[in-house]
Write a protein that binds this ligand. Structure first.
Ligand code: FE2
Ligand code: FE2
Length: 364
């Protein structure tokens, strides 16, 4: 396999030029391994990867080898055809194609289909966990999707579903080490959901380790899940941009705590801690944060914890335009951030993180 040794996508094609064209579309978002059609007999794809296939299925030998591949390695497979051909598309469906595209198509649609397929693959892997963990993860993924789409459409937050999810996380939390939580969302390909889940699971595990429980733990879980809900009002082109944000885009992104305040102000039943976590997790103890420029004791302990988990997630996270730092390096950087973070909490947090064995490669 050429390009990447542990790809998200195994790109199979009988045409180097089409393979190059598809790589050009997908490369900013995903890690790709390309395989010429004649080599698929010996292919051993990584467990969480999916297939993108562009080949002439009218050719009987080609169709046979692709069928054999998909029988041996059952996983989401997206087919891309050079021209519309209903017979070839029927053959692809028969070979269990997840989705079919015909040139010319909208690149955003293909990226969306790949993301969906990768997330599906990750969700399939949850079946190997125990029942409480599966319930918590499935509930979390569904609730985050609903929260963001409802807020994006100006609808109310699905509070009953959110509370149900926090209860399921709490039910699984006692027997779930941080590495299991984070390993289960590794390769998940919706960056914002993955980040919210990463922050939530990190806070839950850390809070448990320092003895926080019952109602306080529930508030922390709920607040962590919703901490970036304001991002639902940031345009997707900015939110998911596969490159560093320009100054004007960054300005819009920095409005997300203010958007969170507006969204959560309408929710009478939410506790004060959860709202503060969402509105103030970008405040800094030295007063240089946003949106309110709070200082020192104006920033509560739950907000300080959220800020730490949030910064840690951003540092270890791998995006298409930046590598993720190894956890020790991320913690070292946090220790040099002075009064931007509560350094007492950072020290305890660093001891906790180094006592776990978590993966660090997150969504691209
Ligand atoms: Fe944020
Ligand atoms: Fe965040």
């Amino acid at each position: 396999m050429q390009n990447h040794s542990s790809p998200d996508i195994v790109l199979i094609s009988d045409s180097p030029s089409r393979s190059k064209k598809l790589s050009g579309i997908l490369d900013p978002w995903f890690q790709i391994g390309t395989v010429p059609l004649e080599e698929i007999g010996s292919l051993d794809p990584p467990a969480k990867s999916i297939f993108v296939i562009s080949a002439k299925l009218e050719n009987a030998a080609t169709l046979r080898s692709i069928r054999q591949l998909l029988t041996k390695h059952d996983r989401p497979s997206i087919f891309v055809f050079a021209t519309f051909n209903s017979a070839a598309m029927a053959k692809a469906k028969d070979a269990r194609a997840t989705e079919c595209f015909v040139w010319p198509f909208n690149a955003v649609d293909l990226v969306g289909a790949v993301r969906k397929a990768l997330s599906l693959r990750v969700e399939e892997s949850w079946k190997l966990l125990d029942e409480l963990q599966v319930n918590a993860l499935e509930s979390c993924a569904t609730t985050m999707r609903t929260c963001f789409s409802q807020c994006r459409n100006g609808q109310d937050l699905p509070l009953t579903a959110i509370r149900d999810t926090t209860e399921k996380i709490a039910a699984a939390a006692g027997d779930t080490p941080l590495e299991t939580w984070l390993g289960s969302i590794e390769h998940y390909h919706d960056y914002t959901f993955t980040h919210c889940m990463f922050v939530c699971f990190t806070i839950v595990a850390f809070a448990q380790a320092i003895g926080i429980k019952n109602g306080d733990l529930t508030h922390l879980t709920l607040g962590a899940l919703l901490h970036d809900i304001g991002k639902s009002r940031v345009p997707i082109a900015i939110l998911d941009k596969p490159a560093k944000l320009a100054a004007d885009e960054w300005q819009i992104m920095q409005q997300h705590p203010e958007f969170s305040r507006q969204i959560l102000a309408a929710e009478q039943q939410l506790d004060k801690d959860s709202i503060e976590m969402a509105v103030h997790h970008h405040e800094k103890l030295d007063g240089t944060g946003y949106p309110d420029g709070l200082k020192g004791t104006e920033i509560s302990d739950v907000v300080r914890l959220t800020a730490i988990a949030d910064v840690y997630s951003a540092l270890v996270d791998k995006r298409s335009y930046k590598p993720g730092f190894p956890r020790q390096k991320a913690l070292e950087i946090m220790a040099t951030m002075g009064d931007a973070l509560d350094q007492g909490f950072v020290k305890t947090f660093a001891e906790f993180i180094m006592s776990t064995n978590q993966p660090v490669r997150m969504a691209g």
